[in-house]
Design a protein around this ligand. Structure first.
Ligand code: GLU
Length: 415
């Protein structure tokens, strides 16, 4: 995050003080709590909430449940949220949270207790006009519902807008579950158009079969792309004629949420998927999967970053030299936070939107953002990633400076 930030900041000749201000989070909170497990024993947990920046609005960002969660990672992810909202023009700042835990080893009851205890520790931080969490790796609508309920109980009133990504009946929005994958597919189609490639028959490989991977693969399959390969932690599947994604999703749902053993394909090594000869590669699993080590072997024409940070900064120059068009995470996977914004708006306005309205507005926002990024690519002669950072930094730095000048003027008057 810092590497790319610095390149954009140098181009913008950003003032040193504002640069330092934006490199560090506004607030970092570490919480520590215990719950009683189903077996009667107590277990202690450490959690985080990092508010990176609130210049453009209340801070927004997911909560991650994973054993690998750590403060440094959450800090980077929180900053990414600031840039993501800024690129798409959503009136939110950036935040991220996490709890060090393995959700697959906990019962629903335990996960509920963990979520409620975490919410209690952060009840002064969260709020619809302050900081609005959402799902991320290892969390989903259940966790968001518990968070909303706990927060509402603590504040003595129903507060739907404190969190997004809730179940529909609990104040969620139509289209939110699919939103990130839908956004990835919209951006992929726009990127294909840039290279004058037609969707029908273009080939794609998707790494990761979680919420983002599944929906990206499905929407692109529906647009006529051939999904040659997909993977999850258990297996990587390949079929040169294209995998039937609806059939694979059915198999996955009946097979304990795993693609392992799906018959109409062959298995390949996980690392091979990233190096396949395809038009589009969508890394939608985790961070740093394309690095200096393997970047020169990537044969895809386009990389659309479904996950946050799948391409590490030391791979940027290699991919650029090889003419791989990389659409960065802060634009490519912004569909999730965009529909989160719609959910928050519906909660605030006490409205319910139809799915067509959600999807139409999502498409509008992403198309405009894509165009603006590519205009910036031309203007500064930089990659789409650096262009996205330039756009985001410009907006945040300008607003931050105006705020700070106003505060200084206020002090001056008072003194
Ligand atoms: N966790 C998702 C992200 O990284 C969604 C955040 C949100 O909806 O606020 O973009």
């Amino acid at each position: 995050m810092i590497d790319r930030f610095n390149i954009a900041a140098d181009i913008l000749k950003l003032d040193e003080s504002i640069r330092q201000r934006l490199q560090r989070p506004e607030k970092q909170i570490v919480v520590n709590f215990s719950i009683v497990l189903d077996n009667g024993k107590e277990q202690n947990f450490e959690g985080y909430r990092i508010i990176h920046n609130t210049a453009l609005g209340p801070s927004k960002g997911g909560i991650r449940y994973d054993t690998a969660v750590n403060l440094e990672e959450v800090k980077a992810l929180a900053a990414w949220m600031t840039w993501k909202s800024a690129v798409t023009g959503i009136p939110f700042g950036g935040a991220k949270g996490g709890i060090i835990c393995d959700p697959s080893t906990h019962s629903k009851r335990e996960l509920e207790k963990i979520t409620r205890a975490y919410t209690k520790s952060l009840s002064d931080i969260f709020g619809p006009q302050k900081d609005v969490p959402a799902p991320d790796m290892g969390t989903g609508p259940d966790e968001m519902g518990w968070l909303m309920d706990e927060f509402s109980q603590l504040h003595g009133r129903i507060v739907h807008g404190v969190v997004t990504g809730k179940h529909l009946h609990a104040g969620g929005s139509l289209g939110r579950v699919e939103a990130t994958g839908k956004g990835v597919s919209i951006i992929t189609l726009l990127a294909l158009e840039k290279l004058k490639l037609r969707p029908a028959g273009s080939t794609v490989a998707v790494q990761g079969f979680g919420n983002v991977g599944i929906h990206s693969a499905l929407f692109l399959y529906e647009k006529g792309l051939k999904v040659l390969a997909v993977s999850d932690v258990s297996e990587a599947l390949y079929n040169p004629d294209g995998i039937n994604i609806p059939e694979l999703i059915l198999y996955y749902n009946l097979n304990n949420k795993s693609i392992k053993g799906y018959p109409n394909s062959v298995t390949i090594k996980h690392e091979e998927l990233l190096l396949l000869e395809v038009d589009v590669l969508i890394p939608a699993a985790k961070e740093d999967v394309i690095t200096r080590q393997n970047a020169h072997e990537v044969k895809a024409k386009i990389i659309v970053e479904g996950a946050n940070g799948p391409v590490s900064s030391d791979a940027d120059a290699i991919l650029e030299a090889n003419n791989v068009l990389v659409i960065p995470d802060i634009l490519a996977n912004a569909g999730g936070v965009t529909v989160s914004y719609f959910e928050w708006l519906q909660n605030t306005l006490v409205e319910k939107w139809g799915v067509n309205q959600v999807n139409r507005q999502l498409e509008n926002i992403l198309e405009k953002s894509f165009e603006t990024v590519f205009r910036t690519v031309k203007k500064y002669n930089v990659s789409p990633r650096i262009a996205s950072y330039i756009l985001a930094l410009q907006k945040v730095a300008e607003t931050q400076s105006v705020k700070e000048v106003a505060l200084t003027a206020e002090n001056y008057k008072q003194n």
